[in-house]
Ligand binder design. Structure first.
Ligand SMILES: *Cc1c(COP(=O)(O)O)cnc(C)c1O
Length: 464
């Protein structure tokens, strides 16, 4: 079939792409306008004429150079996984079989894999006894689902009546923006999100959580949930979960742990302790498309009490929801999505390729790389790296520059295209930021990056 020939062409070209990226030759990132790219990709011709199968090779010849190369060692910008290539095979198999499996009869194999992989994640969270979970399309959706479950727990009538007007959510000021959105979407209103102060590493301060709790109680408000970061997006530091967990346990408050990035540390004997206290949480968001090497998107939302899912959504769709006669459980009752991808397949493929020990070693190795980078930056003249990394995220500054200079440096780096890094604000100061996702990123990459920054910063410096 022409498709199989096209697939072979694509695979061959992708293999070369992968090897080129890993070798570090060529740019990691580049810029072109959407109009010019649409023209070079001949999108209008393709849409008009069809027949892509015959034109896969020339298409990829233009498309692949227009990608941001996550497999390039200079890719250190965002928390998006550098996928284990075999995990992409899971996407491919799903793309042909297309078993959406939200109802069991639409994909028994895919559903069985999801149920198995959720159980595997629950085991690592320590929630296998009584816990439940579901795979969903991304951490933002999982955070929304967690807050819906928390709302159903404190206000069971909210589904019919709307959210009561005395509920608040407490979350560190540095939480991911999806938490603020979710608070609005579940009907509390943005002002009902109360920020908890954070320390110099952007970690939630337990004492400040207690005083914020006392303050909202004095206002006559009820706490729907407390959110903790594991880890925080900016610095990669973990909120002190043991203390926060005990505070929530004593007050019977729903604790949601946003472990989108850092829950993968649960696999590591060396780093698991950073999530100590998780046993007091009610819900956990865990992105597989960050540190489990799965292509976007694939996220688990885990609940310590799996029966809480049954109370989260209360509506009926009679053509779908008429009892368990499809031979197995329907996961549709647990998600915001109706149709969803067979997400378990690519998760399974990544875990089965690397092995859980391999993924633990990957977490350990990339976290160690962040510590090594920080040590190198500290002893390189011109740089300042005050924060000790707790994960694979590292923040640093060109110390002679002000906040705007950090942004200018990043922009110049991106224009050169050899290194792709990000930038963040911590405690009111602008930092350059690495999220070291790529196994191919080495000390050599770090030295090259710091040299490039020193060169850019000294050339661009206004004449003294
Ligand atoms: C990445 C991230 C999110 C968002 O997850 P998506 O999968 O991108 O929707 C939420 N919270 C934290 C802490 C994150 O690191």
């Amino acid at each position: 079939m022409p498709f199989a020939d096209a697939a072979r062409v694509a695979l061959d070209r992708l293999q070369r792409y992968y090897e080129e990226c890993q070798s570090g030759e060529g740019p990691v990132v580049g810029f072109d306008s959407p109009e010019r790219l649409a023209e070079r990709l001949r999108l209008a011709d393709l849409v008009r004429d069809g027949g892509l199968e015959e034109r896969v090779a020339p298409f990829l010849e233009t498309y692949l150079p227009a990608t941001t190369r996550l497999h390039h060692p200079g890719y250190m910008a965002h928390q998006v996984s550098v996928p284990a290539p075999v995990s992409a095979l899971g996407e491919f198999v799903h793309g042909i079989t297309n078993n959406p499996m939200a109802i069991y009869e639409m994909g028994p194999g895919a559903a069985a894999i999801e149920i198995f992989m959720i159980d595997w994640m629950l085991k690592h969270a320590g929630w296998r006894q009584g816990g439940g979970g579901v795979l969903t399309h991304g951490g933002s959706l999982a955070n929304l689902l967690a807050l819906l479950a928390a709302r159903a727990a404190i206000a069971p009538d909210a589904w019919e009546e709307g959210a009561p007007d005395d509920l608040v959510v407490l979350a560190p000021a540095t939480s991911h923006y999806s938490i603020a959105r979710a608070v609005s979407i579940v009907g509390l209103g943005r002002r009902r999100l109360r920020p908890v102060p954070v320390d110099q590493s952007d970690r939630q301060i337990p004492g400040a959580l207690i005083s914020t709790l006392e303050q909202v109680r004095a206002e006559g408000l009820r706490v729907m949930a407390v959110v903790a970061n594991a880890c925080v997006t900016s610095t990669g530091a973990f909120d002190p979960l043991a203390e926060i967990g005990a505070i929530c346990r004593d007050r019977r408050i729903w604790l949601h742990v946003d472990g989108a990035h850092g829950a993968s540390a649960l696999l590591s004997d060396t780093h698991r302790h950073r999530l100590r206290g998780l046993e007091h949480a009610q819900s956990l968001t865990w992105d597989a498309h960050k540190m489990l090497r799965v292509p976007t998107l694939c996220t688990a939302l885990l609940l310590r009490d799996g029966t809480a899912f049954d109370r989260t959504f209360s509506e009926e769709a009679s053509y779908l929801f008429y009892g368990p006669d499809g031979g197995g459980p329907d996961l549709i009752h647990r998600t915001i999505e109706c149709t969803k991808s067979g997400l378990g397949l690519k998760l399974l493929f990544a875990v089965a390729a690397e092995g859980e020990k391999g993924l633990a070693a990957y977490w350990d190795g990339r976290s160690e790389a962040a510590r090594r980078f920080t040590a190198i930056a500290r002893r390189t003249p011109g740089f300042d790296a005050p924060l000790d990394p707790e994960s694979n995220i590292a923040c640093f500054r060109w110390s002679a520059g002000d906040d705007d200079d950090q942004i200018r440096i990043r922009q110049a780096l991106l224009r050169e295209g050899k290194f792709h890094i990000s930038s963040t604000e911590v405690n009111g100061r602008r930092y350059l930021r690495l999220s070291i996702m790529n196994p191919a990123t080495s000390d050599e990459t770090f030295h090259g990056l710091l040299e490039a920054i020193a060169r850019i910063a000294t050339i661009d410096e206004p004449s003294a």
